[in-house]
Design a protein around this ligand. Structure first.
Ligand code: PMP
Length: 309
């Protein structure tokens, strides 16, 4: 099976499973059947790559860009996906169709596959491909209207000379450690600095600030993922009178900014109103951020690859 996934017999008969079918290595299976080997190197070593993708109103937003990033990440770790991009695209659409989902968060995971207890990837003959489509638990709506409180944390972003942050790998312990620090200080997100002390990004989001008519975000070389939402926002900015720019900056620039916001597939565009207990701008979501939120939502409502009925 390369493109069209067949529901397994169990999935057809299980009402619970029928409501959520998971794509696993060419088959759509019930949730309780969607299991991988304990020898999978995705589990044993975090050896694999992933994408988080959104579908809005029956269309998959920026699907091509997500697939391109997934294959780039896979190439960077010399991981053979074992499916062509068109076959993987068809599998994503089929998973959404089979689950009758029109608004969804899609998690696409490709692991090194089953091997032995050693870490040598040559022992893993076949990648494991997983597609999970579900409804999304976004931040509560009040975070968008009132804004988030975030902190810089002591965990530094991975060095690009070790694990390049542009590889969207299953190895998220760096991000998890930063998230734990945010949790321990009761804020929603963590800002990670890179080893040089420049702002890199958050645990699952890119970061921007606005100063006058300038819209600034760290370059990917600072340790920021080349976020797809980030790209959309930079593209939308000029139409809102903002000049996008990639530049290195430190927390000082965030503390003194007019507005700060985060971007990500799950979070979309979300305002930040406090950083390290300091109030940003007027302490409420800024007008330009609110306009970007509206422009981004408008974009997601009209663009995307249609999900077949
Ligand atoms: N940075 C990190 C570390 C991420 O995991 C993500 C995706 N969740 C992002 C930024 C945002 O990227 P995108 O807009 O493509 O979702």
């Amino acid at each position: 099976m390369t493109t069209k996934a067949e529901p397994s017999a169990n999935a057809r008969t299980s009402p619970e499973g029928f409501s959520r079918l998971i794509y696993l290595n060419g088959r759509l299976v019930a949730k309780n059947e969607a299991v991988v080997s304990v020898f999978d190197h995705g589990l044993l070593y975090g050896d694999g790559v992933f994408e988080g993708i959104r579908a809005y109103n029956g269309r998959v937003f920026r699907l091509q860009e997500h697939l391109e990033r997934l294959y780039r990440s896979a190439r960077a770790i010399v991981l053979e996906v074992g499916m062509t991009p068109p076959a993987l695209e068809a599998a994503v659409l089929e998973t959404l169709r089979a689950n009758k989902l029109r608004d969804a968060y899609i998690r696409l995971v490709v692991t090194r596959g089953e091997g032995d207890l050693g870490l040598d990837p040559r022992k893993c003959p076949r990648a494991t491909v997983i597609i999970i489509a579900d409804s999304i638990a976004l931040y509560p709506e009040e975070c968008y209207t009132k804004g988030l409180e975030v902190n810089t944390v002591s965990t530094r972003r991975n060095s690009s000379q070790a694990v390049n942050p542009n590889i969207k790998s299953l190895n998220y312990l760096n991000n998890v450690l930063a998230k734990i620090e945010a949790n321990l200080s009761n804020v929603r997100e963590a800002i990670l600095l890179n080893l040089e002390g420049f702002v890199a990004e958050c645990t699952g989001d890119n970061i921007f600030f606005i100063a006058g008519t300038r819209l600034l975000t760290p370059p990917t070389s600072a340790g920021a993922l080349e976020g797809i939402t980030r790209g959309c926002v930079m593209h939308l900015a000029p139409s809102l009178g903002l000049l996008p720019e990639e530049r290195l900056f430190t927390p000082f620039d965030l503390y003194t900014a007019d507005e700060v916001f985060l971007t990500g597939t799950a979070a979309e565009v979300i305002p930040v109103i406090r950083i390290d207990s300091r109030t940003i701008g007027a302490g409420a979501p800024g007008e330009k951020t609110l306009r970007l939120i509206r422009a981004f939502r408008e974009l997601t409502s009209r663009e995307g690859v249609p999900i077949p009925q």
